[in-house]
Design a protein around this ligand. Sequence first.
Ligand SMILES: *[C@@H]1O[C@H](CO)[C@@H](O)[C@H](O)[C@H]1NC(C)=O
Ligand SMILES: *[C@@H]1O[C@H](CO)[C@@H](O)[C@H](O)[C@H]1NC(C)=O
Ligand SMILES: *[C@@H]1O[C@H](CO)[C@@H](O)[C@H](O)[C@H]1NC(C)=O
Length: 446
Amino acid sequence: MTAHNLSFALPPMAQIGEQYLVILAAVALLFPCSILSYIVVTPYWRLSRVLTGDWHIDIVKLHEKYGNLVRISPNEVALNTPSAVQTIYGHTGQPWVKGEWYQAWWQPAMNHPFFAETNPAIHRDLRRRVSKAYSMSYILQMEHFIDPLVDDIRSKLTALSGQSVDMSQWTQYFAFDAVGELAFGKAFGFIENQCDFNGLLESVYVYMTSTASFGFMPSKLILENGNLFGGLIPFEKIVREKLTLSGEPDRSDLLRHFQSAKNADGTPMSPQDVFGESMNVVGAGADTTAISVRAILRYVCSNPRVLQKLQAEINNASATGALSDLPNFAEGNALPYFQAVIKEALRVFPAVGYQLPRVVPSGGTEIEGKFLPANATVSVNGWALHRNKSIFGEDADEFRPERWLEGYTKLMESCYASFGFGSRTCIGKNMALMEINKVEPPSLLL
Ligand SMILES: *[C@@H]1O[C@H](CO)[C@@H](O)[C@H](O)[C@H]1NC(C)=O
Ligand SMILES: *[C@@H]1O[C@H](CO)[C@@H](O)[C@H](O)[C@H]1NC(C)=O
Ligand SMILES: *[C@@H]1O[C@H](CO)[C@@H](O)[C@H](O)[C@H]1NC(C)=O
């Protein structure tokens, strides 16, 4: 790893003003193969690391090497301590506003994604419009819609037994179909077709990775939207089609809820906003769940001790009638070891590998003995925080579900970043946990 340039001296490009970067970006667009385009695309060390896809590993090593406060780009400092979490994400006091990176998520097609809204009051109102749809009680009203998917995936995988199957794909099929059921009243059909038959998975992947990377570009010119590589085209088209289908009457789904949702002033949400929220749930709610389902399978299957203990718990629950053939959320939730396994897998493998950037408020602040001026960006990375031994213990690098049963502390809980923090906690958390609790036990018994 080339972390030697991470001193507190500014890298050369940072001394060039933003205007010059805009000009350079324009040149790069006109002459895409020129050396200039390379310079513009990778002016910062961090962006180049993000583009390799290994940032979540880099950041852990950086904290190991440089300590709890590391400068990762000209204007951004990464931290991995409990007090940083408290100060930045507002367990107490006013939470800090989101950093510039989130601007890349302002897509014309998405209208007003509250995920990217930096103003806390506007964010609160936008989130409030739809929060009921994501509440556990509403999600649980819909949980039986997931049963046929679990049943189908189990029989398809059983039919493939003896062959090697790519679970990264199957977990995607499941998570996207589940969003189809919950958001639009009908699965997309990935499990049925056993492939990315309409290109949605590829499209969301391209859109998410390009937008997330462009958020780190020093100029917002090229970043106007993540559509640069066409990532949004099938994604938008497929969601639009879903909106035009008239679902079964009397069936609950998120779309129905969005359509009757009200703005803060009592007016109905516009069709454009309904579309934006529908894009959000597909973009943010499927891939992240697939990653989590997969992380659990991966850690359990590669730890025979844990696998055996978990299977014993699941088998006993099935034998005593405490776990249905197609489990429901409440049954899964009542199995303590299973819950510890979920929590631990998402600790060692949080779905989001990026920093969660925030802006230092006016007046500046002192964190971990360093003064950070107003407008500097500060961020905590879940991967790095979760591997801090002073929080999770000397074996923080290990997958050991028992830590949540025997060694549980409030400190661990307050530093659990898998669904974000405070008022910006992932709105889809209940949906993800419901799906995980239903699909995981049958998958582990295959
Ligand atoms: C972990 O957090 C503690 C504070 O609880 C801090 O002192 C330490 O430097 C952090 N560890 C690393 C590797 O940064
Ligand atoms: C087996 O399941 C029953 C209830 O379904 C429960 O009371 C008991 O504690 C379980 N035993 C083990 C070893 O998990
Ligand atoms: C921080 O940014 C705001 C808005 O861009 C600006 O008005 C203010 O002067 C900046 N403060 C510092 C200390 O740079």
